[in-house]
Design a binder for this molecule. Structure first.
Ligand code: TYM
Length: 330
């Protein structure tokens, strides 16, 4: 049997460069590896754990599937669908929640960060976010999870739950590991923290035009362009990181040398970077545009993916229910 891979992104609108480099690039790499069976979803049940736009949730969900396909995810090679169409995830999350304490969930940095952003949003659904995520992964007995470094605390919870369930109920969940890409941490354009949809001015989206990208990069804070040490944080560090990700390590080194010598001209750097980012996302935009007019095709991918996913998870769920002692018709 092939080893399984599971991952997904929340539908908070179009994907941004962090989602693309930290998430989707990893999905693609593993999709092309014949040793793995790959399952990728749009995590709409996770999207409702923080305030969200009800009118647009379904539209954004489909838009992320379109972005997945436009980036190169292939329904012939991967199962591609929407989390809420596979209700077994939520069912398994309930079973797994019996193996986790409230105290453990309250201590997660991701939970604390979210309630800082939404002080009235400390819901049970948010607290349960890592348990649902564990269920997404364990429902397929997935071994590898391509996600950015920000998701590591959640994977730690998934491993703890796997161990507990295995010990207590004689189950055989593998302990899922993170599959890292070069873009496992894409910094925010503000110069503080990671690129994120929840911070205005922080991100470049896969749908941005060349002029959007130029305008956004123009706002990245810089300095005089030279100094005795290359900055390790703030706007300049962000620009150098993006240069490395889009233009390569050599280019980064050459800008670092300039910083220590004659100085960097940021306008030139930002224009080159904008050109290269746009060059790389332009083909994705073109394919997404074509897919948008093939709406029936996208729905077909989603429904077919859900059918294939449910086949796998229903057998895992049955095994867990039986081993946990739930009533089972023999
Ligand atoms: P989400 O929607 O926040 O992020 C989707 C993917 O994008 C990555 N990512 C980043 N990578 C690098 N730099 C960044 N600035 C950056 N911002 C986001 C995330 O690491 C992720 O890979 N909890 C998940 C969704 C999820 C999931 C799952 C993932 C639910 N269940 C099961 C894997 C397996 C999340 O936060 O997605």
């Amino acid at each position: 049997m092939k080893r399984r891979v599971f991952s997904g992104s929340r539908p908070t609108g179009r994907l941004h460069l962090g989602n693309y480099l930290g998430g989707v690039r990893g999905y693609l790499e593993l999709q092309e590896n014949p040793d793995y069976e790959t399952i990728y979803m749009v995590m709409d049940l996770h999207a409702i754990t923080t305030p969200y736009d009800k009118e647009n949730l379904a539209k954004y969900t489909k838009q992320v599937v379109i972005d997945y396909l436009a980036c190169g995810l292939d329904p012939e090679k991967s199962i591609i669908t929407v989390q809420s169409l596979v209700p077994e995830h939520a069912y398994l999350a309930h079973l797994l929640s019996s193996a986790v304490t409230v105290a453990r969930m309250l201590h997660l940095p991701t939970y604390k960060e979210k309630i800082k952003q939404h002080p009235d949003g400390a819901t049970v659904a948010l607290l349960n976010y890592p348990v649902l995520m564990s269920a997404d992964i364990l429902a397929y007995k997935a071994e590898l999870v391509p996600v950015g470094v920000d998701q590591e605390p959640h994977l730690e919870v998934a491993r703890e739950i796997a161990r507990k369930m295995n010990d207590k109920y004689n189950l055989s969940f593998p302990e899922p590991k993170r599959f890292a890409t070069k873009g496992e941490y894409v910094p925010s354009l503000t110069g503080e923290g990671k690129m994120s949809k929840s911070v205005e001015g922080s991100y470049i989206s896969l749908g941005d035009s060349f002029s959007d990208i130029k305008t956004k990069l123009a706002k990245v804070p810089t300095d005089l362009g030279k100094g005795s040490a290359v900055p390790k944080e703030g706007g300049v560090a962000v620009l150098l990181q993006l240069v490395e990700l889009f233009l390569g390590k050599e280019e980064r080194f050459s800008y670092e040398k300039k910083y220590l010598g004659e100085g960097i001209r940021y306008q030139e750097l930002k224009t080159r970077l904008a050109e290269e980012i746009y060059e790389q996302i332009k083909p994705i935009q073109k394919r997404a545009f074509e897919l948008e007019s093939k709406k029936g095709f996208v729905d077909e991918v989603i429904y077919d993916g859900a059918k294939r996913a449910r086949k796998i998870v229903s057998s895992v769920l049955s095994e867990v229910k039986e081993k946990m002692g739930l009533y089972f018709k023999k």
